[in-house]
Design a protein around this ligand. Sequence first.
Ligand code: ZN
Length: 225
Amino acid sequence: MTSTYPAYLIFIGPPGAGKGTQAAMLEKELGLKQVSSGDLFRENLKNQTELGLLAKSYIDRGELVPDGVTISMVQDRMQRPDCARGAILDGFPRTLEQASALDGMLAGQGSRIALVPVLTVDDDALIARLTGRRVCRNCGATYHVVFNPPRVESVCDACGGELYQRSDDSLETVRNRLYVYYKQTSPLIGYYYAKDLTTFIDGSQAIEVVRQALLDAIQTVLHGK
Ligand SMILES: [Zn+2]
């Protein structure tokens, strides 16, 4: 066995499953830094780092950023002091090649992935969550037709403005986001499942129940409790 810390988790879950909320809670509770590939790209581009400029040269030509560049960004990020205890990776790896490169990189440091929590939620429930969102045209306040409805249908409680559905939240877009999610993550889930690293958690439960299930699974792996 390699040592428990630094502990690296890969957090997988569909849009609308509450992954961001849970990752933030885990970060606070366990001291593992949340590393999102989206944030990492934005940060490197904004700060015009060497890797950011390299990535930009591909993006500007309309090409995909090569895995090597993305992996270097992640590697850089994981060497910073706030990742000393470990990290929760979100949005990376995206491909089997990246997953394999990540394994190689960690092995080089005498480390490995500790656990891959996968949040699962029925498609119907995800679609209900994501398509129910409404935004005020006037003040930007957000509502949900089921979970957080305004007092008067289609009218903002705060300012009386008209509520509308953003195109991101339309049924067609949501279905497409789910399709992309399954297409992208299925091979990765298989890869980690074969390594006995996945733990599947029912993300349709209450936030607090999901949080506890995640913590229990992680503590078991890290401390053998
Ligand atoms: Zn409003």
